[in-house]
Design a binder for this molecule. Structure first.
Ligand code: SF4
Length: 344
């Protein structure tokens, strides 16, 4: 089984509740089932025969996980509870027990794996569907890319495999990734920018797991604009940056914070600690499509922690978190790219 690759997490998390307060879903639902401990205990039960994927409640719990990586990041042993949860989903899919809504979404995602490229140059930017859906983000990225790269290629289109992977559809994820890599490599670009942190994580971490490689060097937006030494004429002012799940908990990259420093932002501390996630299930990529009520609870949890919800300038790296926090949390949110573009 796929979960056998995460033996340490499986065997140790089931006895440990040290990170339960960092499970965003557990917090908003007030449920222990939504913590790494109980997920591991339930998965261990599939070995002993006390639990099986025939139990729809168990399967639902595995698909509720927000995959923020906060528990793993703050685990003293770094046990990979995220990898275990995704592996469990892959086992559920292989057993033919994926919930119908998950199977439908996966089919839709797999069918969307096609892209087009416009523009020319040796630099590309990938606007995935989530990023492309936000016209303010797209306008900001256009301004910044013109400054940083001059001419560039814009790639738009559907699933590249990340969402399929987190839903447990590994062969479909690999097939989408292979198509995407072949598409980008044929463009002969030397650099490619991923404004969506999930897509960036896929490029720098997941592709290698699938034995794939982009010819172009992959960048997050923050590193790209820092490396290209984009000049900013204005200062960003006072803001609350919500650390991105992929950058802080997966890739461990501080480029967004470095760009904010360059922008002269007066960064204020949001919430009560720097361990929790405030990104409304960003790591789960499509949680908003599978369970919008749950995402609403996550956004409201964040809104309760804002000092002045109407006035505070909240900043996220990606469009997913921005969208949920605006829609359900009624917060004043911009992406880092929007803040940077306003400083040009
Ligand atoms: S990830 Fe670490 S802290 Fe969390 S339950 Fe597992 S062993 Fe405990």
């Amino acid at each position: 089984m796929n979960i056998d690759k995460y033996e340490e997490a499986l065997m140790n998390c089931r006895f440990c509740f040290m990170c339960r307060h960092l499970s965003a879903i557990g917090q908003v639902r007030g449920t222990e089932v939504d913590t790494p401990r109980v997920r591991a205990a339930m998965l261990y039960g599939t070995r002993t025969g006390t639990n099986s994927f025939d139990d729809a409640d168990f399967v639902d719990a595995m698909y509720r996980c927000d995959l923020s990586g906060s528990c793993r990041r703050n685990c003293v042993n770094g046990y990979d509870e995220v990898g275990l949860a995704i592996a469990a989903r892959a086992d559920i899919v292989e057993a033919g027990k994926a919930p119908e809504k998950v199977a439908k979404l996966a089919k839709k995602l797999a069918a969307s794996s096609a892209w087009k490229a416009t523009g020319k140059g040796k630099v590309a930017i990938f606007l995935d569907e989530t990023t492309a859906s936000d016209k303010d983000e797209v306008a900001a990225l256009k301004k910044l890319m013109a400054k940083a790269a001059g001419e560039y290629v814009t790639i738009t289109g559907g699933a590249i495999g990340k969402a399929l992977k987190v839903l447990g559809y590994l062969p479909e994820a690999k097939a989408a990734a292979e198509k995407f890599v072949a598409f980008v490599n044929a463009l002969e670009v030397s650099e490619i920018v991923f404004p969506n942190p999930a897509a960036y994580d896929f490029a720098v971490e997941d592709l290698a797991d699938f034995g794939l490689k982009l010819k172009a060097k992959a960048f997050c937006t923050a590193k790209f604009f820092l490396d290209k030494k984009v000049a900013f004429a204005k200062k960003a002012g006072e803001l609350f940056y919500l650390a991105d799940d992929f950058m802080r908990n997966y890739i461990k990259c501080a480029c967004p914070e470095k760009l904010l420093e360059k922008l002269g932002a007066k960064q204020k501390f949001f919430g009560t600690n720097d361990e929790e996630t405030y990104n409304c299930g960003e790591g789960a990529i499509v949680l908003d499509k599978l369970d919008p009520k749950l995402v609403k609870l996550l956004a409201e949890y964040v809104a309760e922690r804002a000092d002045d919800p109407k006035k505070d300038q909240i900043v996220t790296l990606g469009v997913y978190a921005k969208t949920q926090l605006k829609k359900y949390g009624k917060l004043n949110v911009k992406t880092l790219a929007e803040i940077a573009a306003a400083c040009l």
